[in-house]
Write a protein that binds this ligand. Structure first.
Ligand SMILES: Nc1ncnc2c1ncn2[C@@H]1O[C@H](COP(=O)(O)OP(=O)(O)OP(=O)(O)O)[C@@H](O)[C@H]1O
Length: 236
């Protein structure tokens, strides 16, 4: 099935996106007809009550789940109809994920965790080294690259996760409640760092969040209720 692309600038375009779970009396419409266009360089927060569909939307945008109907177009490609290695390679090259459970590989050092995706992408060793060094400085972890995750604090591990998501320069960073496990000060400094990188590199960020600190910094707020987009506000 071919899907018409209506916005050539978009990093992400969802068209009438639906994700239903269960059936009959147990049917849950986690997401119902959600259409949204995200343009390059946006810093967007998806907000809404618990169970409103935020994580479901993020999972679909990231190609981690399949829609019941509708489509997700990432960098002009319809990923809702991709599968297997085509999808995993496309996802790896276009999206950085930051989730609240940092998903770092425990036996690898911070540097090796950050380097890993570039290794899969076939980036030459010298360039990998240079990029890892630069991103460790950017996230304030210079000198700590040889530590394993267990030897770092929660905030430092989250910085490694941010560095790992950004080092391969994806068009889109998806962050699901990235500050949920952090104290207020650490959360704020991490967000300031992401905002600086967003402004400097024009990287696109989409957050799912309840955190007022993220809402304060977002330039666009999309509100979900019962699987519907009920508000979409731009602030600049
Ligand atoms: N695998 C699943 N099976 C059945 N129902 C599910 C599944 N995943 C999510 N749901 C339901 O879909 C709805 C949306 O869930 P989702 O996790 O997207 O909400 P959320 O807005 O991210 O919530 P929270 O803020 O609590 O994380 C909820 O009613 C949830 O119970």
């Amino acid at each position: 099935m071919s899907t018409s692309i209506t916005n050539t600038q978009a990093v992400i375009e969802t068209q009438n996106l639906c994700r239903y779970f269960g059936e009959g009396e147990t049917l849950v419409k986690a997401l119902d007809n959600a259409s949204v266009v995200i343009e390059p360089g946006e810093f967007t927060a998806i907000i809404g009550p618990s169970g409103s569909g935020k994580s479901t939307l993020l999972q679909l945008i990231g190609g981690l789940d399949k829609p019941t109907s509708g489509s997700v177009i990432l960098d002009h490609k319809d990923i809702s109809h991709m599968s297997g290695t085509e999808l995993s390679d496309f996802r790896r090259d276009h999206i950085g994920f930051i989730f609240q459970a940092y998903n770092l590989i425990p036996v690898l050092s911070a540097e090796e965790n950050i380097e890993y995706i570039m290794l899969l992408q076939g980036v030459p060793a010298a360039e990998r080294k240079q990029r890892v060094h630069a991103i460790l400085n950017a996230v304030g972890l210079e000198g700590k690259g040889d530590r394993r995750p267990a030897q770092l604090s929660g905030g430092q591990q989250q910085r490694v996760a941010v560095a790992r998501a950004m080092v391969s320069q994806p068009s889109l960073i998806l962050a699901d409640e990235p500050t949920a496990n952090l104290d207020s000060h650490t959360g704020s400094s991490l967000l300031d760092m992401m905002k600086t990188l967003n402004e400097r590199e024009n990287m696109t960020f989409i957050f799912s969040t309840h955190d007022p600190k993220i809402m304060e910094r977002a330039r666009r707020i999309i509100r979900l209720e019962d699987g519907h987009i009920v508000d979409d506000e731009r602030r600049d």
